[in-house]
Design a protein around this ligand. Sequence first.
Ligand SMILES: O=C(O)CCC(=O)C(=O)O
Ligand SMILES: [Fe+2]
Length: 303
Amino acid sequence: MVSQGEDEVVTQIPKVKQVKIASSFNEFREFIQHNTPCVLSQDSIYSFQDILGESWLREHAGQSQVCLRKSPTGRFIDPSDSILNIAKSLSGKKITLNEFLNLKQSRTMLSGTDTYIFTKDSVVEQWSDLWSHAQEVLHEHGGEKSLISRSRLSTVGFWLSRGGIQSITHYDNSLDNNLNFQIKGKKEFLMFPPQDWKYLKTFKAMSMHPFSFFHDIKKGDFNSIQQQNCQPQMVELNEGDILFIPSGWFHFVEHVDDLNINMTYWFKTGLTKKEMIKPKQSLRNIFIPMKLSIAFLLGYFVS
Ligand SMILES: O=C(O)CCC(=O)C(=O)O
Ligand SMILES: [Fe+2]
């Protein structure tokens, strides 16, 4: 509520629609079945939501090999950044999880697209202790609060980041559904339906707009025709929250806290390729992908 003058009280309506909040676990299940983006914000349901923190990780997976990503700007990767900054953000360095935890440096992260706990129908050995908790989400584990069957599970990714990070707007290339567990810290998601590809300057599965395009939307500044035409939804994910991102939905993500831990479960929709909505390419400027390709090659020489 915002008060104006002495007796006039005006309710402030957020300009960007908020992602639906499920009022119960059953409603969350129904939203998932109907392909509706939604959040479940409840007390923890699975054991990993309680135990997974720095000290547990040190004890149970401290020697695991991970890929450290570091960005001078914190933006992974903003097409409007300099080639050198993009190159630095793209390059990765193999270290152990304990080394990463000891760094305590902002703008560093382990990406769930590098760090797989489960992939190609099997558990990644170095994460087996974490898997013994993570599998509670699966029907085969037998819990009544399970959400997905193992046969539909494609990949589980583990994310760990320090503050000051933003990730490029993209849809998950596999066209899988996505269940994103916020285990520690806080992230903000700005999401767009697959049909919005027309306004997002898409190249492959990514949007080539500068990150400022998305910051403006979050502030409610719809300056361009493209910003006015798209149908964004926003959500702040807090510790314990679970976000459902349906197949093909774009997401722009900001990592807010000093330590953020997430797990992403990517799972098959059960639809055929024909039934799925696959965003198309809308970028008209070939110089942007050229710039990213040069930065990608340069990434092998800088760190
Ligand atoms: O947390 C992020 O930076 C990105 C998350 C994401 O892209 C995903 O879960 O698919
Ligand atoms: Fe993603």
